[in-house]
Design a protein around this ligand. Structure first.
Ligand code: UGA
Ligand code: MN
Length: 258
């Protein structure tokens, strides 16, 4: 079955580096279709050219996060969810594609949807774990929530609670990187979407609570005992020297894409 990987992305100094790391992981995964959704009013040439040269099967989408929903410079990072509009745009495309292709088509039957942020680190094994997902599969996520890892706790083959340091009472205290959903379930629930207004930590729940119950979750990665994805975050590069040189008219050639 096909794995549709939906990735929100936005322009910044490290974007091409992040996308390169991601694409070169995905190239090792059979039957992966990358749905890359830019947070922009128009598709950018950087992303368009990058995808064309990537060797991957992909769909290039874009939708600008409205200004009132976007984190402003200086806002604390927890104030507003990131990537919500872009993931919803990915869902919109999947539903359109799914309806057009039909339930029994190879593009849809048994297909899986995974929301992969552009800065995390993904083991190849993760994709084989999620590939056979009936409804929603789950697994641990490393280096997240101020912990070594967060995970669903499995007893007798079922998820009974979540190991997390923060608001365990949330409907689904799981990071975006910690679950995959069957495309069939997405098509059967045309209203399921990410709530861009969700309060901190509730973005994942806003989507999952209309799709499954905790009892129905399918634990992967050896009953959620293995960490196969890491919530890594890339440091913002310092541009002190660049700016100093620019002031002297000696800045780097802007025609060189970084
Ligand atoms: C955590 C979660 O891992 C995210 O899945 C969740 O969306 C986010 O919190 C949240 O609170 O909304 P974090 O590392 O803090 O992740 O978020 P980022 O990696 O900065 O952003 C998540 C995704 O949205 C990335 O793929 C990023 O490229 C994209 N993004 C970010 C945009 O499309 N536009 C933005 O303005 C910022
Ligand atoms: Mn991130």
């Amino acid at each position: 079955p096909t794995i549709y990987v939906v990735t929100p992305t936005y322009a910044r100094l490290v974007q091409k580096a992040e996308l390169t790391r991601l694409a070169q992981t995905f190239l090792h995964v059979p039957q992966l279709h990358w749905v890359l959704v830019e947070d922009s009013a128009h598709p950018t040439s950087l992303v368009r050219d990058f995808l064309a040269a990537s060797g991957l099967t992909y769909t290039h989408l874009h939708i600008l996060t409205p200004k009132d929903k976007k984190l402003q410079e200086g806002d604390p990072s927890w104030l507003k969810p990131r990537g919500a509009e872009q993931r919803n745009e990915g869902l919109r495309w999947l539903r359109e594609m799914g309806v057009a292709a039909g339930e029994k088509s190879p593009a849809v039957e048994n297909a899986v949807v995974y929301f992969a942020d552009d800065d995390n680190t993904y083991s190849l094994q993760l994709f084989e774990e999620m590939r056979y997902t009936q409804r929603v599969s789950v697994w641990p996520v490393g280096l997240v929530g101020g912990m070594r890892f967060e995970r669903p706790v499995v007893e007798g083959g079922k998820v009974v609670r979540f190991h997390t340091g923060w608001r365990p009472s949330r409907p689904f205290p799981i990071d975006m990187a910690g679950f995959a959903v069957s495309l069939r379930l997405v098509l059967a629930n045309p209203d399921a979407r990410f709530d861009g207004e969700a309060q901190m930590g509730y973005l994942e729940s806003s989507f999952l609570q209309n799709l499954v119950t905790m009892e129905e979750l399918e634990p992967k990665a050896d009953m959620c005992t293995k960490v196969l994805v890491w919530h890594t975050r890339t440091e913002k590069p310092k541009m002190k020297r660049e700016e100093a040189l620019q002031k002297q008219g000696l800045g780097s050639d802007p025609a060189v894409e970084v």
